[in-house]
Ligand binder design. Structure first.
Ligand code: ADP
Ligand code: MG
Ligand code: MG
Length: 883
């Protein structure tokens, strides 16, 4: 079998499409080589080797060794250097690269092939001893950290102490001789820590590094990242071995990273940072503050450090041409790494760039306008869940801000929370429902879980491409990076700026759009829903088949839903209207009444209030369908339970406390979720259904009277298991409709349907459909009843189920397509077999979940209904499901 794929010298065995086999980095290195871009030669060891490695008890497949040797010798030919050769050594990097990009998750080793002998060869050939020993010391510390398990910080301590002693601030001040001395100390440290001298054999080094990459696939950091991003374990990682090019060869050398468009705003402008005389991770590590690539960005950043455009105009031009070529070729914004070795440009990586939700919208809309992609593609490129970031608040420009520092606007959005300095602490406080801002000098992959738990992130070091910035943008969290005026003292738990000291636990606000850091909590406002958002949503709407409605009962929610583009109400839970302080008294009177007349009298008090509710909703939803569910929860939910409450309520109602207490006891159920509720109540107390129906029809008539246009109420009966149940209640609804029509002289058009939320209802959908004008799949209850899991009790074990892999996802969040989905499919098919085109939709949390929405499209539902804030997400997800 073929395990190794070569690239370089103007061609490659791989292609961009081979990401599953070569990983993202390897596939794109191959693609760039094929495009004729200057890529240092190298080869990719495929992900299949990683998979085989773990399957075979951490052993490599037969034949790998020979393939690697052959590929290495072709790299030697192209690079005109020899691995391990004392006079002319080939040096390589060993880079991991999984199928999905996992920034910073896996460790790269640079300058491999150096040893005490070859370093002299490198010094002689390059004519630069400082450079050669700088490369060697980097290699020893990186290799020892990644492969031999000697902590990077130990090397940094040696170096830091030395620099302090000499009064150096920059690594570049250290001379060749001084590096040689430091290298001896590094080697001694390694020998002491590992019991063995630092490996001198380049082949041993190479195999050590390859093994380390494969092993890092199962490292804690990688596992966390995969879990957070649902990346399957069996994908494996590839390993890229590539000839080194050097950005640390003095003032004519540099290294940098760039995006073809601004990843924070989406603006069409080359965007990036670089460092002169630096190597590899220096730019993102935040050790030196990087310089801007373009002159425009330098001016905007008010930076004195010259731009690449200024100091190397020719190389800049070539770089810009490469960027343009790559963006046109991939038809998406690219995130690239490059190195300039003594004036010669080398491309080291390209990938589709991560971006904020705002930038994603702008880029998609712009690229469609530029003709680079179609509108369909633009719609498909936006992750529906990411819209959430745009729908949430930003800082109120009018609110008072006590700005204590300004850093870089690394990831937009605003957040307030208490200061924490430690990722574990952030996670712990989050689990206690506290809102925290993670404050660090800089972040590393070890902090990912804390970043996840935090509302926002603040660092005092690092640029726009620092770890904190890149990861925060990916997560959609506000981030301010490089706020250099702030002094963090981890040990004391303080943050100091200009004489002000904040402590751990104090509240701060970060605004990742402006880079400002503020003391205390600052008010926020709703986001703007026009511009690119509106454009993209209108395209989505034009491709979407399913309707999108909202679950809403209050006027506020209904209005929010309309603003977000809801096309009606899919679920109005009428009981929510009963909890109002004024009404609850009448509701309770109705419940404790033991005669029908008393009950009717109490209901008569509720009628005008309920009618007003509907008038308001119908007005907001003018001309749109409104599905109203009749009373659903068990009655005990409306009654007081504690003894003192019972006394109080009885007095309020002018009722006998003993009578109330007796009624409370009578209504107690062992399992209310499966008890006297829904249609069962409506059958016991048909007066309730009658009152609610009357309120609905009278409200509709009133709107008709006012506007000449009647809404079309859809009256929905909950928790039906059989047709007979529905018929009982329907009879009453129809009778009331006729009565109201007779009284008012206006016959309102309406329909009567049912929720399908019990497995039996789905199975008997054909006969139920004889009586129902529509179905609405109530997937919250349908999930409970299908699994036999009470949603209110599930929290205790669902987490364990998902973490142990018993459940792939929480079925209350993402629809269980196989089980609950099957019931929806059966219900729809059987219902429609007797009533052609029977209107069917879904309501419940799943109506706003993109994966569940995709399923709804496959069973041809007419609409999904979700909470108001998820309406835009549902519109986009429904469009993507149609395409
Ligand atoms: P990551 O996936 O963390 O970005 P990379 O493999 O891309 O890791 O490498 C880390 C750094 O080392 C990057 O800045 C990259 O450009 C640099 N680098 C990798 N290989 C080489 C090489 N052959 N020559 C010069 N620099 C390299
Ligand atoms: Mg990289
Ligand atoms: Mg229900």
């Amino acid at each position: 079998a073929k395990f190794v794929y070569s690239f370089g010298g103007g061609s490659a065995e791989g292609r961009a499409e081979m990401k599953a086999l070569l990983g993202g980095k390897g596939a794109n290195l191959a693609e760039m080589a094929n495009l004729g871009l200057p890529v240092p030669p190298g080869f990719t060891i495929s992900t299949e080797v990683c998979t085989a490695f773990y399957k075979n008890n951490r052993a490599y497949p037969d034949g790998l060794d020979a393939q690697i040797r052959a590929a290495l010798s072709s790299v030697e030919k192209i690079a005109a250097a020899e691995f391990g050769n004392a006079a002319n050594p080939l040096l390589v990097s060993v880079r991991s690269g999984a199928r999905a990009s996992m920034p910073g998750m896996m460790d790269t080793v640079l300058n491999l092939g150096l040893n005490d002998v070859t370093v002299e060869g490198l010094a002689t050939r390059s004519g630069d001893r400082r450079f050669a020993f700088d490369s060697y010391r980097r290699f020893i510390s990186m290799y020892s950290d990644v492969v031999l398990g000697v902590d990077h910080a130990e090397f940094e301590d040696i170096l830091g102490g030395f620099k302090e002693q000499r009064n150096y601030t920059l690594d570049t001040e250290v001379t060749a001789e001084e590096w040689q001395g430091l290298i001896a100390r590094y080697e001694a440290l390694v020998e002491e820590a590992t019991g063995k001298p630092f490996p001198q054999d380049p082949h041993e080094q190479l195999w050590g590094a390859i093994g380390a990459v494969f092993k890092s696939w199962m490292g804690a950091r990688a596992i966390t990242y995969r879990k957070l991003n649902s990346i399957p374990e069996d994908w494996g990682t590839a390993v890229n071995v590539q000839a080194m090019v050097f950005g640390n060869m003095g003032e004519t050398s540099a290294t940098g990273v760039a995006f073809t468009r601004n990843p924070a705003t989406g603006a069409k402008e080359l965007y990036g940072e670089f460092l002169v005389n630096a190597q590899g991770e220096d730019v993102v590590a935040g050790i030196r503050t990087p310089q801007n690539i373009t002159e425009k960005a330098r001016i905007e950043a008010h930076s004195d450090a010259p731009s690449l455009e200024h100091i190397m105009p020719e190389t800049f031009k070539e770089l810009k041409a490469n960027f343009d070529l790559l963006e046109r070729h991939y038809r998406d914004m690219q995130d690239m790494e490059f190195t300039i070795q003594d004036g010669k440009l080398w491309m080291l990586q390209t990938r589709t760039g991560k971006r904020t939700a705002k930038a994603a919208l702008r880029i998609a809309v712009d690229m469609a306008a530029e003709g680079l992609i179609t509108r369909q593609e633009a719609v498909q490129r936006i992750d529906p869940a990411s819209l959430d970031q745009l729908l949430h608040p930003t800082l109120d420009p009018k609110a008072k801000r006590d700005v204590i520092a300004t850093g870089l606007p690394a990831s937009p959005g605003a957040a307030s929370g208490e200061i924490v300095f430690d990722a574990d602490e952030a996670e712990r406080l989050k689990s206690l429902n506290r809102r925290v801002i993670l404050v660090r000098i800089e972040t590393s992959p070890e902090d990912i879980h804390g970043m996840h738990a935090a509302e926002g992130i603040l660092t005092t070091r690092g640029g726009m491409t620092s770890h904190a910035a890149v990861v925060a943008r990916g997560m959609g969290k506000p981030c301010v990076s490089g706020a250099g005026a702030l002094r963090i003292d981890y040990a004391a738990g303080t943050l100091t700026v200009m004489g002000v000291t904040l402590k751990k636990g104090d509240t701060i606000t970060v605004d990742g759009s402006s880079g400002q850091v503020m003391k205390g909590e600052v008010a926020t406002i709703k986001p703007e829903l026009s511009g690119d958002f509106a454009t993209l949503m209108s395209w989505a709407d034009s491709f979407r088949r399913m309707g999108v409605r909202a679950n809403a009962e209050t006027p506020l929610d209904a209005r929010t839903a309309r603003d977000f583009g809801a096309e009606g109400i899919g679920l109005c839970r009428t009981e929510h209207m009963f909890f109002d302080a004024e009404r609850i008294v009448a509701v309770r009177e109705m419940i404790i009444a033991d005669k029908v007349e008393q009950r009717r009298a109490a209901l008569a008090k509720l009628l005008p209030m309920q009618r007003n509710d509907f008038i308001e909703l119908f007005e907001i939803m003018a001309g749109l369908p409104v599905t109203i569910r009749l009373l659903d929860p068990p009655l005990h939910e409306f009654l007081p339970h504690a003894d003192h409450e019972i006394e109080e309520v009885a007095e309020q109602m002018g009722a006998n406390p003993d009578q109330l207490r007796a009624r409370v006891a009578e209504l107690k159920e062992f399992n209310p979720m499966l008890g006297h509720r829904g249609v069962r109540l409506l059958i016991s107390y048909p007066e309730v259904a009658e009152m609610q129906s009357r309120a609905i029809f009278e409200a509709a008539t009133e709107i008709h009277r006012r506007t000449g246009k009647a809404p079309i109420p859809e009256v929905m009966v909950p928790l039906v298991a059989s047709r007979a149940e529905l018929d009982r209640v329907k009879e009453r609804i129809v009778a009331v409709a006729e009565q109201v029509a007779k009284e008012t002289g206006v016959a309102i058009e309406y329909s009567v349907g049912t929720m399908i939320e019990l497995p039996r209802a789905a199975l008997r959908a054909a006969e139920i459909a004889e009586s129902a004008d529509f179905f609405s799949f109530g997937t919250n209850d349908l999930t409970q009843t299908t699994f036999g899991i009470s949603r209110d009790d599930a929290a205790r074990f669902i987490g364990e189920y998902t973490s142990k892999g018993v459940f792939k996802t929480d079925p209350f969040i993402s629809l269980d397509v196989e089980g609950v989905g099957e019931l929806i499919r059966i219900g729809t098919e059987r219902g429609r077999s007797v009533k052609h085109g029977l209107k069917s939709g879904i309501c419940g949390e799943h109506g706003g979940d993109p994966a569940s929405i995709a399923f709804c499209e496959t069973v041809n539902l007419d609409y999904v209904s979700c909470s108001p804030f998820r309406v835009p997400i549902a519109r986009l997800a429904a469009a993507q499901a149609s395409l």
